[in-house]
Design a protein around this ligand. Structure first.
Ligand code: 9D3
Length: 252
């Protein structure tokens, strides 16, 4: 998969792209990235990319001409490549959107800076707009890296084990339960005995229950849209009983 990334700060990407999985994905040819400095597409002498907002007010707005020139130089009239603006006003990024994007052979990401980009970029150039959450960043670069990272790990062969992607808690719609490794006893805190039992069915059931318990405690909203088995529903109902005190021993 190929990413074209438009930014005023291409060097912000160097660190993350040169480590670990993103580095290996590039070395194996499964991922390629071209960073484009928007400033290189400004045609004036000073390569100006921003200007004051019409109507007054503070801050600066990114000019449309350099962004249009960059996109047209990179993808031309090819309408098959999604042109994604990362912006606080976009649709909220999710694992489902990452999977959707992973099917395209090529994506173009546009990173904004300052107070935003001229509205005509949104109206006439961009085909999708993505936010990574309800907090304010200094620019779109870190958001673009989040999208790049989440999409790349879904590409065939990028993770060693193809099962790893299927087990992702967000792919399953549940949070993950606890994980343990050696030693079995660390400072007197023991690993749950079931994990040492060798009983694979019991282990699978225990893990499922831990995931359900944790999701109910921390992200009950995730349980709403899920297709749960009868066994899952029984377990959640049991947790409801426990937390409502329905089975408390009464002394009277
Ligand atoms: C004062 C109004 N601000 C909007 C909340 C202006 C503004 C602040 C910061 C406009 C852009 C930015 C830079 N942020 C992004 O480009 C961005 C972003 C974000 O800030 N949060 C979550 N997702 C994203 S994607 C791009």
């Amino acid at each position: 998969m190929h990413f074209d990334i438009l930014t005023l700060f291409p060097s912000m990407f160097q660190g993350p792209l040169e480590e670990s999985i993103l580095k290996r994905a590039q070395e194996s040819g499964r991922l390629s990235i071209t960073l484009h400095n928007i400033r290189d597409y400004a045609s004036d002498k000073h390569h100006i990319t921003d200007d004051a907002p019409y109507g007054g007010g503070g801050g600066m707005v990114m000019k449309p001409e350099p962004i249009f020139a960059a996109v047209e130089a990179i993808v031309g009239q090819d309408t098959s490549v999604p042109r994604i603006l990362v912006s606080p006003q976009g649709r909220l990024f999710s694992q489902a959107i990452a999977s959707e994007l992973a099917h395209f052979p090529s994506l173009l990401l546009i990173c904004g800076r300052y107070e935003g980009v001229d509205e005509r970029v949104r109206q006439h150039l961009v085909t999708d707009e993505i936010s990574i959450g309800d907090y304010v960043l200094t620019g779109g670069e870190l958001a673009a890296m989040v999208v790049l990272d989440a999409v790349t790990r879904l590409l065939p062969g990028v993770l060693g084990d193809p099962g790893a992607v299927l087990h992702d808690s967000h792919a399953q719609g549940l949070l993950e339960g606890p994980h343990y490794t050696r030693p079995a006893d660390f400072r007197g805190w023991r690993v749950p005995e079931v994990l040492l039992s060798g009983d694979h069915a019991a282990i699978a059931r225990w893990r499922r229950e831990q995931a359900l318990r944790r999701t109910r405690e921390r992200r009950p909203d995730l349980l709403d849209g899920l297709q749960l088995s009868l066994q899952d529903r029984d377990f959640l109902a049991q947790l409801e009983m426990e937390s409502s005190g329905m089975d408390d021993e009464r002394g009277d």
